[in-house]
Design a protein around this ligand. Structure first.
Ligand code: HGY
Ligand code: MN
Ligand code: MN
Length: 416
C-alpha cells in the first residue's frame, strides 16, 4: 500500500459535523432522534445523503425497497465493489449514532479518499439500507433481508404499519421506490461500522470492537383473547382478563431468559389493549416478543419453553393466545478473513481492541449470508442505545471510521 494510503486519517471534525447535522432531521426535545423509516424525516435525511454522495462524485441509485447505493469507481470496474455503510432510520426514541455513524463514516471514507486523490483497485459502494430498525414495519433489517433473499420484494412491499400504510405506499409517499430490482447491486464484501449498543468496550476501556459474531433473533406476534366485562360487577374468579394474562406471560418470558442466561435475552416491547377503558376488563391484547441468543440451540429452547409457559397460562386462565413466529434470524458468524482485516487495521492504527459478539442485529448480519462481511464497533456512553440519551465521543467515532477506511483499503487495494 502506498505511503500516503497507509498514513491516511479521516477528517474527524467533518465526520462529527455530519453526524450532528443529520441529527436535526427528527430531532427530539430530549436530544434524541425520531426518524421512523420512510417517514418525512427519513426523506429529509435521504435527500441530504443523496446530495452529499453526488457532491462526492458517487453514482447514486435506489433499489425497489428504497435502499441507497453510492458507487465510487475503482481502477478495475470488472470487480464487484466493497460495500460499506449502515442505516439512517431510527427508533421512535432513538439516538444520533445508531446506524448514522456507519453510514456517514462510509461517506467520510469516500471524502477522505477523494481529498487524498486515492483510487482503489476495486470499486467501493456506500449504502443506506432501508428500515434496519424494524420499528414501523417488521422485520428489522428488512431491506437487507430482502436483498439476501429471506423475503421477496413483493412480500416486503405489502407489509403494513400500525396505521395500515404499506411499505409500498410509504416508499411512494417519499419518492424512494427505486427502479433497480433488489439485489442488483453486487458486492465482493461488506464492512459496517456501528456503536456497540452495549457496555463491554467502555467497561474494558477498549476503543474498537472486532465483531466476529452476532446473536440470533426470534420475533413473535401475539394476540390474547379473553373476555371484556364490567370492572365492578365481575367477580375475580370469573374473569378472563387479557392484560393479567399478558402480565404472567411477560414474567414467564423474563424467567425463561434468565434461566438460559447470560446467553439469552427476551423482551415484550409492544402491547396494545383493544378498546381500552378504565372500567372494562381488557378482553383483547396484541403484543410482540423479541428473544435473542448467540447459540442456536438456546434459541430453540427459548421457543419451546415460551410456548409451554404460554399454553399453561392460557388454559389456567381460560383465554386464547395466538403466538406466531414471524422472523427467525440464526446467529451470525462473520467471515474470518474480513474479521482479521478489521483486527489488522485496528492494530496498524495502534487502537486498543477486542473481539466481540454483537447483541444487536445489523444489516451486515444479513449480508454475511451471501457475501463475506464483518463489523467494527466503537463504545457508546454507558452502553446505552435505543434511547434518546445515546452518546459517543468524537475521538471514538473517528477511530472507528479510520478502522473502517483501512479495512476497506486492505480489501479493495490501492491502485494509485
Ligand atoms: O433490533 C436490532 O437489533 C436492531 O437495532 N434493529
Ligand atoms: Mn443499528
Ligand atoms: Mn437500532
Amino acid at each position: 500500500m502506498t505511503k500516503i494510503a497507509s498514513n491516511l486519517q479521516i477528517d474527524s471534525a467533518r465526520l462529527w459535523d455530519t453526524i450532528h447535522e443529520t441529527a436535526k432531521f427528527g430531532a427530539t426535545p430530549k436530544g434524541g432522534v425520531r426518524r421512523l423509516t420512510l417517514g418525512p424525516e427519513d426523506k429529509q435525511v435521504r435527500d441530504w445523503f443523496r446530495a452529499r454522495c453526488e457532491a462526492a462524485g458517487l453514482e447514486v441509485h435506489v433499489d425497489a425497497l428504497g435502499s441507497m447505493f453510492g458507487l465510487r469507481k475503482g481502477r478495475d470496474m470488472s470487480k464487484a465493489p466493497i460495500g460499506l455503510g449502515s442505516h439512517l432510520d431510527t427508533q421512535p426514541t432513538g439516538g444520533k449514532y445508531d446506524g448514522v455513524l456507519g453510514t456517514l463514516a462510509a461517506l467520510e471514507v469516500v471524502r477522505t479518499l477523494n481529498d487524498a486523490g486515492i483510487e482503489t483497485e476495486t470499486p467501493i459502494c456506500i449504502c443506506n439500507w432501508t428500515n434496519e430498525e424494524g420499528s414501523r414495519f417488521a422485520p428489522a433489517m428488512m431491506a437487507s433481508a430482502a436483498y439476501v433473499g429471506d423475503f421477496t420484494t413483493d412480500d416486503i412491499l405489502s407489509r403494513k404499519d400500525a396505521e395500515g400504510v404499506t411499505v409500498a405506499q410509504a416508499l411512494d409517499s417519499i419518492g424512494y421506490r427505486g427502479a433497480t430490482p433488489v439485489g442488483t447491486q453486487k458486492f465482493s464484501g461488506f464492512v459496517e461500522l456501528h456503536i456497540e449498543q452495549g457496555p463491554i468496550l467502555e467497561a474494558e476501556n477498549k476503543t474498537i470492537g472486532v465483531v466476529d459474531s452476532g446473536q440470533g433473533v426470534l420475533w413473535y406476534d401475539g394476540k390474547i383473547t379473553g373476555f371484556e366485562s364490567h370492572a365492578g360487577s365481575t367477580p375475580m374468579p370469573l374473569r378472563r382478563d387479557a392484560l393479567a394474562t399478558l402480565s404472567e406471560i411477560v414474567l414467564a418470558m423474563e424467567a425463561i431468559a434468565r434461566k438460559h442466561g447470560p446467553k439469552a435475552v427476551g423482551t415484550v416491547g409492544e402491547a396494545v389493549i383493544a378498546n381500552p377503558s378504565r372500567n372494562v376488563i381488557p378482553g383483547e391484547i396484541a403484543f410482540t416478543v423479541d428473544c435473542r441468543s448467540a447459540d442456536a440451540a438456546i434459541m430453540d429452547v427459548l421457543d419451546k419453553d415460551l410456548r409451554a409457559a404460554i399454553a399453561e397460562i392460557a388454559s389456567r386462565r381460560k383465554v386464547e393466545v395466538q403466538f406466531d413466529l414471524i422472523w427467525r434470524k440464526p446467529p451470525t458468524h462473520f467471515d474470518p478473513k474480513l474479521v482479521d482485516a478489521v483486527e489488522n487495521a485496528a492494530k496498524m492504527l495502534g487502537l486498543s481492541h477486542r473481539r466481540i459478539t454483537s447483541g444487536a442485529g445489523h444489516d451486515a448480519c444479513n449480508l454475511n449470508t451471501v457475501m463475506p462481511a464483518a463489523m467494527v464497533f466503537v463504545p457508546c456512553k454507558d452502553g446505552i442505545s435505543h434511547n434518546e440519551l445515546e452518546d459517543a465521543t468524537q475521538a471514538d467515532c473517528a477511530a472507528g471510521a479510520n478502522v473502517l477506511m483501512h479495512t476497506v483499503l486492505a480489501l479493495a487495494g490501492v491502485a494509485s
